[in-house]
Design a protein around this ligand. Structure first.
Ligand code: BES
Ligand code: MN
Ligand code: ZN
Length: 511
């Protein structure tokens, strides 16, 4: 999709379909819907007037109404997209609305689309200022770009239903506003492209995307955007003493990949400045190993590298946005397989840090690869750590599919992360990992076990990681429930979501 930002009257844009947003002004539950368009274009408002007055369209969230040959508007079709109640309007509704517009066009074969920039000026004073220009522009372009792909990649009769061109049409207004819109648009496009890059990785089946191939794709991306990238395999894991990561990898014929990507700000990193470490779980397929998973839904475990993909995607955006902080990403990729050479329950492994782990369950492999990845990031100079991982089914049980489970050993790093969420529009919910949970991973024979059992499973997994972050400020994102969208939404297709890319990027930018 070729996406551009144009300034002018939306009514004058020639396009297959012009989408315009509407909100419902009705306040009380029982009052009749009172839909109002978020546009100051008299021509666009005029074209829709009769239909809005008819009462058949209520401007509920994701509700759509299509008009053909709208009078006084150059577009062939006018699509009105509802955003829900005016008093609850935020940029997150804009994000969904933009995705809804693009996804409406696709099955109908509409190849070029325009979206009118939502203007809260069209509302009364009390509803204004819910849509700051820059954030709105970002949400628009991100929502549209994230909504566009369909993940039917390997269908032999795949129909190309792609939207080819998208124009976002904003009014020619005062200077600061148009500049803000342009900046939001540029940033949004960069971040959305990075998120879609992550989604393409997650979408690949395990037979295509092996650890080696993940390493090649990361290396290719780094070459394109000017990041340094090293990809190592088993020999290096052994040399570094990564006993936990190597144990997970040893049961597969596919060699592991330790991927290290580095972004250095212009002029180099200042002495004593923070260095951010982005650590990703890259299990390209998780059978569970000797503690093998049931057959049902095992196919889903191709997305067990979504944490790695989030970090690779984030690095792509970071390279383009050029924050003033050094960032090092460590991705630990392996395939978790049962085999004569595989690691077993009861085994004890020695991690790179020197700490030992007793294996209770070979299906708790993510924390093993990350234990070495987190420690390694520290040896590379990282002063602040963040990891992303499809780590536990327990996190899905606890929070469902809407919130990522977040953990931190430091309130300041959590506060910084929270600060970026309004821009990213992603949802995270903090769960505890206080030291009193440490009993849950006690081992008789070693420093800790790799599985604390069912109770508080997301927390005990985080407790193990915390041992390896140790004194370093650290954030852990358990994205197991949010990395794959099981049910298509009007604004989002079924498949990989690219969750956490946007929030990680915002976190990095706040240093
Ligand atoms: N990759 C899984 C976690 C997972 C489950 C991700 C569902 C996405 C959806 C992880 O490696 C795993 O198997 N965790 C176990 C841990 C248990 C053995 C302590 C789990 O959650 O059951
Ligand atoms: Mn597992
Ligand atoms: Zn796993």
């Amino acid at each position: 999709m070729k996406t551009s930002l144009v300034f002018g009257d939306a009514a004058a844009i020639s396009t297959g379909m012009l989408a315009v947003f509407a909100v419902d002004l009705a306040v009380s539950k029982d009052a009749a819907a009172h839909p109002v368009l978020l546009t100051t274009s008299d021509s666009v408002a005029g074209a829709a007037e009769k239909f809005l007055a008819s009462g058949e369209f209520k401007a509920a969230a994701c509700e759509t109404l299509l008009l053909h040959a709208p009078a006084g508007v150059k577009a062939e079709r006018l699509l009105i997209v509802g955003l829900g109640k005016a008093k609850k309007l935020t940029v997150q509704e804009i994000r969904k609305g933009a995705g809804t517009a693009v996804r409406f066009a696709k099955p109908r074969g509409i190849r070029d689309v325009a979206i009118a920039f939502p203007e809260d000026r069209a509302l009364s004073d009390e509803h204004m200022d819910s849509l700051p220009c820059k954030r709105t522009a970002r949400a628009l372009v991100e929502g549209a770009e994230i909504g566009e792909p369909d993940w039917d990649t390997y269908k032999s009769n795949r129909k190309d239903l792609n939207v080819w061109s998208l124009q976002l049409v904003a009014r020619n207004g005062d200077r600061p506003a148009t500049e803000e819109i342009q900046r939001g648009f540029d940033e949004g496009l960069t971040v959305a492209e990075a998120q879609n890059f992550a989604r393409r990785l997650v979408n690949e089946p395990g037979n295509v995307l092996t650890p080696t191939v993940l390493g090649e794709r990361a290396r290719w991306m780094c070459g394109e955007v000017g990041l340094t990238c090293e990809v190592h395999s088993m020999a290096k894991l052994k040399e570094l003493g990564m006993g936990a990561f190597a144990a997970v990898a040893q049961g597969s014929n596919e060699p592991p990949a330790l991927i290290v990507m580095t972004y250095t700000p212009e002029g180099g990193a200042a002495e004593g400045a923070p260095v951010l470490g982005l650590v990703g779980k890259g299990i390209t397929f998780d059978t569970g190993g000797i503690s093998i998973k049931p057959a049902e839904n095992m196919d889903k475990m191709k997305y067990d590298m979504a944490g790695a993909a989030a970090m690779i995607g984030a690095m792509k955006a970071i390279a383009a946005l050029k924050p003033k902080v050094k960032v090092v990403s460590v991705v630990c990729s392996a395939e978790n397989m049962p085999d004569g050479k595989a690691f077993k329950p009861g085994d004890v492994v020695t991690t790179m840090s020197g700490k030992t782990i007793e294996i209770i369950n070979t299906d708790a492999e993510g924390r093993l690869v990350l234990s070495d990845g987190l420690h390694y990031a520290k040896t590379l100079g990282c002063t602040h750590l963040i990891d992303a991982a499809t780590l536990t089914g327990a996190c899905v049980v606890a929070l469902g599919y809407l919130n990522v489970g977040a953990f931190a050993n430091d309130d300041a790093i959590w506060a910084t992360f929270l600060g970026g969420l309004e821009d990213s529009g992603e949802k995270f919910w903090r769960l505890p990992c206080t030291d009193d949970y440490k009993d849950g991973i006690k081992s008789q024979i070693a420093d800790m076990v790799n599985s604390g059992g069912r109770a508080g499973g997301a927390i005990t997994a985080a407790m193990l990681l915390k041992e390896f972050a140790d004194e370093t400020p650290w954030l852990h994102l358990d994205i197991a429930g949010c990395a794959w969208n099981e049910e298509a939404k009007p604004w989002l297709p079924k498949g990989p979501t690219g969750i956490a890319v946007r929030s990680i990027v915002e976190w990095v930018r706040s240093y």
